[in-house]
Design a protein around this ligand. Structure first.
Ligand code: ADP
Ligand code: MG
Length: 394
C-alpha cells in the first residue's frame, strides 16, 4: 500500500501537488471541468490541514515551448470559483523563474498557487534536469494525484519523488483501490469485457486479464481479429493484421487454462461505416461479403447479459459497438444496462467506455469510473506505473 496525504504531516509545509488539469477547451473556454472537480478533495484536505499548496499540471501538447493556447490560466480561474478562494496563478513562460520562486517562498499555509503548464518545458516529458530540481526547490512534500499521467515518467509525475517525501492524493488512492482490488482479490465470478477499436493496444491487456478472470467477453472492434483467427471470413470489418496470431494464441491459452473466453456469436453489420447504412444481422460464422461488423448482435447481447447478471466483479474496457451512431448503439447500451442492473462491483476503464455509460444515463450506477484511459489500461495490463511506483510504501 502506498502512503497517502493522510499518512504524513503536511501542516506548515509547502506541498507540491501534481494534478491532471488537462481539461477539454474550445475557444478559450473549458467545456468540461470534471478533472478540476475531481482534484478538489485533495486540495481541500491540504488547505484544511494547514499546508501551503503548489499545484502543477500539463495541458495539451505544447511540446516544450510556451504556447498561449495551452496556458493553465483558465484552469486557475475555474478553480478559484470552485474552491471559493484565491488561486495565485504563477504565470511564467519557463514555469519556474525568480518571480515564481519568490511567490512560492512567500506562500502561507492555507494559500493555493498554480504553476504554468509544465509541458512548456522540454525537460518535462523526458524527466530531465534542471527542471525537476527547479520544481523541487519550491516545495517540501510531493503529492501525485494525476492518475491520467501516472503511466508516464515525467519530472512532475515521478522525478520529484527523488527529492522529497512522495505520497498519493485521494484520486490516485481511489483508482489504485478499485483497479487493484479488482485484479488482486476480486469477488468471483470475475468477468472482464474488452471492446473498442484499439485492438493492438488491448490484446496485451487480455493476456494479463486471462490469468485472473473467470470469463472474458470480447466485443466491439476487437471481435473480428478473433473471428479471423478462428478461420472465418469477416467481410470488411475492422482487423488488426498484426494481432491475428496473438488472438489465436489467446484462444488456445483460454482452452488450456479453462478460462471462458467468449467471442460474439453474431453482429449487427453495415455496408458502410455510417449511421445511414442499411443494417443486417450476421452470425459470426457467416459474415456477409461486403459488410462490416458494427455492433454485437442480439444473441450475443443475451448470452453476455446472462454472464454479467451472475458476476460479482465486472471490469469493462471498450464499447461493444459503434455507440456514437444511434443505429449501432444497441449492444453497448444493453451491456451498460446489464452492468447497471447487476449488484456486482462494476469498474469502467477507458475514455470511450466512460462516455458510453454517461451517454446511456447509467454512470451513477457504476462502482468506479476510471479517470485515466491509457493509465488504467496499463494498470490492467499488469504494468507498474512510474507515477505510482515512485510513491512511499506504508
Ligand atoms: P476506450 O476509449 O473505452 O478504451 P477505444 O478507444 O479502444 O475504447 O474504442 C472506442 C471506439 O471503438 C469507439 O469510437 C467505437 O465507435 C469503436 N468501435 C466499437 N466497435 C467497433 C466496430 N465494430 N468497428 C469499428 N469501431 C468500433
Ligand atoms: Mg478511446
Amino acid at each position: 500500500m502506498k502512503k497517502t496525504i493522510r499518512d504524513i504531516d503536511v501542516s506548515g509545509k509547502k506541498v507540491l501537488v501534481r494534478c491532471d488539469f488537462n481539461v477539454p477547451m474550445q475557444n478559450g473556454e473549458i467545456t468540461d471541468d470534471i478533472r478540476i472537480t475531481s482534484a478538489l478533495p485533495t486540495i481541500r484536505y491540504l488547505i484544511e490541514n494547514n499546508a501551503a499548496v503548489i499545484l502543477m499540471s500539463h495541458m495539451g501538447r505544447p511540446k516544450g515551448e510556451p504556447k498561449p493556447e495551452f496556458t493553465l490560466k483558465p484552469v486557475a480561474e475555474r478553480l478559484q470559483k470552485l474552491l471559493g478562494q484565491e488561486i495565485i496563478f504563477a504565470q511564467s513562460d519557463v514555469v519556474v523563474d525568480a518571480g515564481v520562486e519568490a511567490a512560492a517562498a512567500a506562500l502561507k499555509p492555507g494559500q493555493v498557487m498554480l504553476l504554468e503548464n509544465v509541458r512548456y518545458r522540454k525537460e518535462e516529458t523526458k524527466n530531465e534536469e534542471p527542471f525537476t530540481g527547479q520544481l523541487a526547490a519550491l516545495g517540501e512534500i510531493f503529492v501525485n494525484d494525476a492518475f491520467g499521467t501516472a503511466h508516464r515518467a515525467h519530472c512532475s509525475t515521478a522525478g520529484l519523488a527523488a527529492y522529497m517525501p512522495a505520497v498519493s492524493g485521494f484520486l490516485i488512492e481511489k483508482e489504485v483501490k478499485f483497479l487493484g482490488d479488482a485484479l488482486e482479490e476480486p469477488e468471483r465470478p470475475f468477468v472482464a469485457i474488452m471492446g473498442g477499436a484499439k485492438v493492438g493496444d488491448k490484446i496485451p491487456v487480455i493476456k494479463n486479464l486471462m490469468k485472473k478472470v473467470d470469463t472474458l467477453l470480447i466485443g466491439g472492434g476487437m471481435t473480428y481479429t478473433f473471428i479471423k483467427a478462428m478461420g472465418y471470413d469477416i467481410g470488411t470489418s475492422l482487423l488488426d493484421e498484426e494481432s491475428i496470431d496473438l488472438a489465436g494464441e489467446l484462444l488456445a491459452q483460454a482452452r488450456h487454462d479453462g478460462v471462458n473466453l467468449m467471442i460474439p456469436v453474431d453482429s449487427v453489420c453495415a455496408r458502410e461505416f455510417s449511421n445511414d447504412s442499411e443494417k443486417i444481422v450476421c452470425d459470426s460464422t457467416a459474415m456477409a461479403d461486403g459488410y462490416m461488423g458494427m455492433d454485437i448482435g442480439p444473441k450475443t447481447v443475451e448470452l453476455y447479459s446472462d454472464v454479467i447478471a451472475k458476476a460479482k466483479t465486472v471490469v469493462w474496457n471498450g464499447p461493444c459497438g459503434v455507440f456514437e451512431m444511434p443505429n449501432f448503439e444497441g449492444g453497448t447500451k444493453a451491456i451498460a444496462q446489464a452492468l447497471a442492473d447487476s449488484d456486482a462491483v462494476t469498474i469502467i476503464g477507458g475514455g470511450d467506455s466512460a462516455a458510453a455509460v454517461e451517454q446511456f444515463g447509467v454512470a451513477d450506477k457504476m462502482t468506479h469510473i476510471s479517470t485515466g484511459g491509457g493509465a488504467s489500461l496499463e494498470f490492467l495490463e499488469g504494468k507498474e506505473l512510474p507515477g505510482i511506483v515512485c510513491l512511499e510504501e506504508k
